[in-house]
Ligand binder design. Sequence first.
Ligand code: B4P
Length: 222
Amino acid sequence: MIYLRNKVKGFILTKQTIIYLCSCNNNRIFFMLNIIIFGAPGSGKGTQGENLTKRYNLTHISTGEVLRNKIAKQTELGKLADKYMSQGQLVPDNVVIDILDKFFADNPDSEGYIFDGFPRTLRQGEAMDEMLGKQNESINVVLWLDVDDDELVSRLLNRGKKEGRDDDTLETIKSRLQVYNRKTEPLKEFYSKQGKLVQIDGMGTVDEIFSRIENVVDNLNS
Ligand code: B4P
């Protein structure tokens, strides 16, 4: 209840005013919760992203999922993405930034967003801030799922066996982890400087991890 999409510029809103306005359904005051779920490949971004979507009624985007759909449909963008993903490399920034731009255009009335797998580079992070800024929005929290490397590899190999994803082979996993360390990890400092990064112990069962996440999200700004 803390995140106010302040369409009413120039008002100072106390907690009491917010409670009052929220009880008036006709007032078009929006509370938005914008979350980035962040972590290495296999850290559980997709898994916990879905849990968050259901629990907080958010609109979910997984750039990995969007790209895999494009590959399955053999679109031009899909063919391009496949070249990078099958090598464990990141798809070029301009391609994924365009995907995010379209996602915002398609979901203008969302109650909040959950970004899963985006941003993965500093340039993507800056582009996202800019896009959200245009809507008078910003990221509320970046949930960093911290998981040991051995566990990451074991989860991804397991998924490879079950789902047959091309990028879940040992060789590709190694290169994805290197790419993560080189290109994605610097985002931790980017969000830490903004005071938004929260480290979550990503080891344990899916339910245990989700209750740690709930604990953080439920207590934001309290
Ligand atoms: P993604 O689709 O984002 O996938 P991921 O990082 O591999 O996995 P995730 O962290 O979501 O793990 P999951 O919950 O599935 O990216 C795939 C590729 O797309 C990238 O390598 C890149 O090439 C490209 N791409 C995507 N976004 C991009 C961007 N913004 N810029 C450029 N390129 C981009 O969990 C993994 C497995 O572990 C699952 O099988 C799950 O069931 C299991 N698991 C989860 N939690 C567990 C737990 N607690 N215990 C045991 N197993 C667990």
